[in-house]
Design a protein around this ligand. Structure first.
Ligand code: RIB
Ligand code: CA
Length: 312
C-alpha cells in the first residue's frame, strides 16, 4: 500500500524538486500539498505550488492548500531561490483549487485518514502549529511528522546556529517539537551532507518531460546562487533529502533525543537545543537523523527525479 503523505512546502527550488519526486513516486499517495510562506512570501508560495502541480500534471491530483497571509516572518538573511522562488523560470500560472487554507486542508486530511498520514514539513512549521492550536486532540490522528529543520550541533544557515525553516517561525517549531507525537527531524547538518556538483545537470531527465523541463530550467539558478552567495561550487537539495528520509529511512542514522527550541535571541531564535546530559530535565521527545549514506541518498534523488521525468 502506498504511504499516505501530506507535503507542506515553501516553494523554493528544493521544495519543487521534492514535490516532483513525491508526486510521481508509486510508493507514496500524496493526499495534499500545502503552502506556507518562507522562501517566498505566502501569496507567492501559493501561486508557485499551483503552478508547479499544474505544470507537472501528476497522475493523481492532490488537494492544495493556500498559505496563510497573516504570518510575520523575520528578515530573510539571503535568497537562494530567485525573485519568484523557483529560479526565475516564470512557470505558467495555474488556478487548480478554490484557495482553501492550508491549515483547513491539513486538518481535514488528518480526520479523513486517522493515524495513517505522514506529515512531511519542508518549510516553516507554521501550518502544522496552527492545526495543533486549533484542535489539540488532532495529535491522536497524526501518523507521524517528518520535518526538514533544526540543527543537530548548531551549524545553521539562517543564523550561525539556526536553520532557515525553524528561523522563520521559532514558536511554531517549539510548539511542534513539544507535542506528544511521533516526530523525526532531518537537521541541516544531515541534509547539507548531500551535495551535487555541476554533473547533476547532465543526469537530469530530458527537457521533453515536464519534470525534466522543470529541473533543467530551475537548477542552474541554484548553482549560480550557491556560488554567488555561499562561494561553493555545488548545491544542496535539503528538502529532497528529507523526502528520501521518508521513502528510504534505512539510509539514515537515527538517534532518539531530548530537545526543545529556543524562541528568543537575535542569533538563537529557532535553535534546536538537544539535551545530551546524562542527568536532564527534558525527556526524549524526537528522533534526529544524525547522518546518512550520502551516495545512496543522492542516487535516490536522481532516481526519483528520473521517475518523475518518465511520468510525463
Ligand atoms: O534550510 C533549508 C530549508 O530552508 C529548505 O527547506 C529550504 O527550502 C528552505 O526552506
Ligand atoms: Ca523548503
Amino acid at each position: 500500500m502506498p504511504r499516505k503523505v501530506i507535503l507542506d512546502v515553501d516553494p523554493g527550488i528544493d521544495d519543487a524538486v521534492a514535490l516532483a519526486m513525491a508526486l510521481f513516486d508509486p510508493r507514496l499517495e500524496v493526499l495534499a500539498v500545502t503552502a506556507s510562506g518562507g522562501n517566498v512570501p505566502p501569496e507567492q508560495a501559493t501561486a508557485n505550488l499551483q503552478a508547479l502541480v499544474g505544470f507537472l500534471d501528476p497522475p493523481r491530483l492532490p488537494r492544495l492548500g493556500a498559505a496563510p497571509t497573516d504570518t510575520i516572518r523575520p528578515e530573510k538573511p539571503f535568497n537562494m531561490h530567485g525573485s519568484d522562488g523557483l529560479g526565475g523560470i516564470d512557470l505558467p500560472q495555474a488556478r487548480l483549487h478554490g484557495g482553501t487554507a492550508s491549515e483547513k486542508v491539513i486538518w481535514e486530511t488528518f480526520h479523513a485518514h486517522p493515524r495513517e498520514v505522514t506529515f512531511l514539513a519542508l518549510g516553516p512549521l507554521t501550518n502544522l502549529s496552527r492545526v495543533l492550536a486549533r484542535d489539540p486532540a488532532i495529535v491522536e490522528l497524526i501518523g507521524e511528522v517528518v520535518a526538514a529543520g533544526g540543527t543537530a550541533h548548531g551549524h545553521g544557515n539562517a543564523t550561525p546556529v539556526v536553520d532557515f525553516n525553524f528561523y522563520c517561525d521559532p514558536r511554531a517549531a517549539r510548539h511542534v517539537v513539544r507535542e506528544p507525537l511521533a516526530k523525526t527531524l532531518v537537521p541541516l547538518e544531515t541534509t547539507g551532507q548531500v551535495t551535487f556538483g555541476f554533473d547533476l545537470l547532465d543526469q537530469l531527465p530530458a527537457e521533453s518531460s515536464r519534470a525534466g523541463a522543470l529541473v533543467r530550467r530551475m537548477l542552474p539558478h541554484a548553482f549560480r546562487a550557491y556560488r554567488q552567495l555561499l562561494g561553493t561550487e555545488g548545491i544542496c537539495l535539503h528538502d529532497a533529502v528529507a523526502l528520501v528520509a521518508v521513502t528510504n529511512p534505512e539510509l539514515f542514522d537515527r538517534a532518539t533525543v531530548a530537545a526543545d527550541v529556543e524562541t528568543g535571541g537575535e542569533l538563537t531564535a529557532g535553535m534546536l537545543v538537544v539535551d545530551r546530559r546524562t542527568v536532564r530535565q527534558l525527556r526524549p521527545n524526537l528522533d534526529l537523523l544524525t547522518g546518512c549514506d550520502v551516495e545512496a541518498v543522492k542516487d535516490c534523488i536522481l532516481r526519483g527525479v528520473a521517475t518523475a521525468g518518465a511520468g510525463t
